[in-house]
Design a binder for this molecule. Structure first.
Ligand code: SF4
Length: 208
């Protein structure tokens, strides 16, 4: 008998409107993240002290289907965030099989995971919101503690696989780490790659 697929889930936030995808959504946050962003607003999502539920896709489906009518009426569904949802591609695959094709599934991801995780998720996730941080490797590393080469390579491959319509790139202005000019340089580079949809915003910190 095969081991059931399970994933650590720290939070489910119901009835969100137009904040993490189209229509009414439930945001499901996974535990675990490969990055350590300086201004992370969800440090509980990787803290070893965080209490979380370890759920199967069936168990998560039983929790979120209470809002199925809202999803169907508004074109919404479930947005997977975290932490890093692409750490759990088989869970996403199984969840899609259970919920069917009518729910709109989104992933909020850094894309800084192995390519096979991205490739699996691409078959089951309708829309990717990718937090690129900054394309400058020095800025990215100083802010996240990790290289951005894997993220950029994954982005090129994902773009070739699914095209630009299902991808939104989030480009933050990061206090103390990048400038508007840096962000514009990222946007130019990504647009040259073929990215068409951007979301520009500013990270809030205690000092701004
Ligand atoms: S990717 Fe998100 S959850 Fe992970 S450290 Fe950065 S801000 Fe926090």
């Amino acid at each position: 008998m095969s081991t059931p697929i399970k994933a650590p889930i720290v939070a489910c936030s119901r009835l969100r409107m137009l904040t993490d995808g189209q229509g009414i959504t439930t945001l499901v946050c996974f535990h675990g993240c490969p990055l350590r962003c300086k201004w992370c607003i969800n440090p509980f999502s990787f803290s070893p002290d965080t209490k979380y539920l370890t759920l199967t896709p069936e168990e998560l489906y039983a929790m979120v289907r209470i809002d199925a009518l809202y999803y169907l009426a508004t074109g919404g569904g479930v947005t997977f965030g975290g932490g890093e949802p692409l750490l759990y591609p088989e869970f996403l695959q199984e969840f899609r099989k259970i919920c069917g094709s009518a729910w709109h599934l989104c992933a909020e991801t850094s894309l800084n995971v192995p390519w096979d995780h991205v490739q699996t998720a691409a078959a089951y996730i309708d829309k990717f919101y990718i937090d690129c941080k900054d394309t400058n490797p020095v800025i990215y590393k100083s802010y996240t503690g990790k290289d951005n080469a894997q993220m950029l390579d994954n982005l090129r491959r994902l773009l070739a696989l699914i095209g630009p319509e299902r991808i939104v790139i989030r480009l933050p202005l990061i206090p103390d780490f990048n400038t508007d000019d840096d962000r514009q340089a990222s946007k130019t580079l990504l647009a040259e790659m073929g990215i068409e949809h951007f979301d520009l915003f500013t990270y809030r910190t205690n000092s701004n």
